[in-house]
Design a protein around this ligand. Structure first.
Ligand code: HEM
Length: 429
């Protein structure tokens, strides 16, 4: 498409759409400004059409005529060009569902489902509650603690360990070591960063691969945990090496932990920052789940997704050609006033009465819809409920900080002060 036409379409300085600070620290003022312009416009520095309204993004995500970007190829190319190949990282990305297309996508999705079928939701409620309680039991008597490093970041790996039937410490170590891995889908990854991720994965894969080998050595039906289910399915459908199964497990753990940790952190931060008018200390399960839905709307962990058009079309007045890339600003769509009245207002009770429709795009839509949506929201709701009972408030001596990432929006440090634990004999969660 002609550069002149492209520049004309852009409602603002296209420098915003390079490696932009505007999308990182606090993207919401930028999203508000975008609303004054066209719903779909070309951003030269991104080499992509930018979409920010709910309607167009929902249409794209629901349309199988768009494919996801196959990240593995791009990452492999960067490493090879720099003379620093990253075969393990690229291999892992070829199993990572959000970045693969059918038919590989459909098969990998079956493996992940097999893991998640290992635990019932009732069992998960009990396990999550007990794991979250154990973490809160570590809060010192002063009540001062970092709710990200001491809670939000630790709970999801422990829950995944429970599903997979693996030691909690093993998955926790991997999740913490891979906390930066998601930067591969931020812009401008350096070969040095990719080489560091490669080294991390080489080391982290060893114990997980041993677990796979041990299960295979024990023979079929020896165990019924998620990892054994994944192995059994692979043996039935498409025999895989131990390390290929370890890759699938590691990709799933990553998908399950990074976003959930961000959601819990964003939820607790929203609550603590809102102060006494958002007191959920006596809220029931349904109210806490509604509050989590509002956090997914108000401060979505996954702020952006990319798609590639497979055929020509007109979208929001723009003519998209086959092969064009689209940048979907999910965080902006979640505050679209056409869908949500008063969208910049955080209201934990917005979805509590059931009268307001929750049309969230923050867990995706269509064939890539989040496989762990129910589990992730459950984890966040339980985590929120338990911590809300201790009336968290920001620690005035320390600052709340957020990550400088454009794709994942998450709190990095959340220093809080909690009240001492209530001992209520009638409390069941
Ligand atoms: C609650 C916090 C979570 C959030 C905000 C979240 C967000 C998302 C989003 C936005 C997508 C779609 C990506 C795309 O379309 O490009 C996605 C996909 C996915 N999520 Fe989640 N997720 C969460 C929790 C989980 C959990 C707990 C698991 C697993 C137990 C999980 C596993 C997956 C998988 C496997 C996919 C890929 C699905 C596919 O491509 O077919 N997620 N997630």
């Amino acid at each position: 498409m002609a550069e002149a036409a492209v520049a004309e379409r852009s409602p603002m300085n296209p420098d915003f759409f390079g490696l932009m600070p505007g999308l990182m620290a606090d993207p919401y003022p930028l999203f508000a400004r975008l609303r004054a312009g066209p719903p779909v416009f070309w951003a030269p520095k991104e080499g992509a059409w930018v979409l920010h309204r709910h309607a167009e993004i929902e249409a794209v995500l629901s349309d199988r005529g768009f494919r996801v970007t196959e990240l593995a190829k791009g990452v492999a190319e960067i490493g090879e060009r720099a003379g620093k190949p990253t075969p393990i990282l690229s291999g892992l990305l070829t199993t990572f569902l959000p970045f693969i297309n059918p038919p590989d996508h459909d098969l990998a999705r079956r493996y992940y489902r097999a893991v998640l079928s290992a635990g019932s939701m009732d069992g998960a409620v009990e396990a999550i509650t007990s794991l979250a309680r154990d973490l809160l039991a570590e809060v010192p008597p002063s009540g001062r603690f970092d709710a990200v490093t001491g809670y939000a970041e630790l709970l999801p790996p422990l829950v995944m360990a429970w599903f997979l039937g693996l030691p909690g410490s093993l998955i926790r170590d991997y999740a913490l070591a891979s906390a930066e891995l998601g930067r591969v889908y931020d812009r401008g990854c350096s070969p040095r960063f990719l080489a560091r991720m490669e080294a991390m994965l080489v080391a982290q894969r060893v114990p997980i691969q041993h677990e796979v080998a041990a299960r295979r050595a024990a023979g079929p039906d020896a165990r019924t945990d998620g990892l054994s289910r994944m192995i059994a399915l692979a043996d039935e459908l498409q025999p895989m090496t131990d390390h290929a199964i370890a890759d699938h497990a590691m990709a799933l753990i990553f998908a399950a932990t990074e976003n959930t940790a961000a959601l819990i952190g964003n939820a607790v931060a929203a609550l603590a920052e809102a102060g006494p008018q958002c007191d959920l200390s006596v809220a029931d399960d349904a109210t806490c789940l509604a509050a989590v839905r509002e956090v997914l709307r108000f401060d979505a962990p996954v702020q952006q997704m990319w798609r590639v058009a497979q055929h020509e079309m007109v979208l929001g007045g723009a003519r998209i050609a086959a092969g064009d890339r689209l940048l979907l600003l999910i965080g902006a769509a979640q505050r679209d006033p056409a869908i949500y009245p008063d969208p910049d207002q955080f209201d934990p009770l917005r979805f509590a009465t059931g009268t307001r429709a929750w049309r969230s795009l923050s867990l995706g839509r269509g064939m890539h819809y989040c496989l762990g949506s129910e589990l992730g929201m459950l984890e966040a709701a339980i985590a929120l409920k338990l911590i809300a009972r201790r009336k968290p408030r920001p620690d005035p001596a320390k600052a709340i900080t957020r990550d400088d990432r454009s794709t994942l929006r998450r709190v990095r440090h959340l220093p809080l002060i909690l009240f001492p634990e209530r001992s209520d004999p009638h409390e069941n969660v």
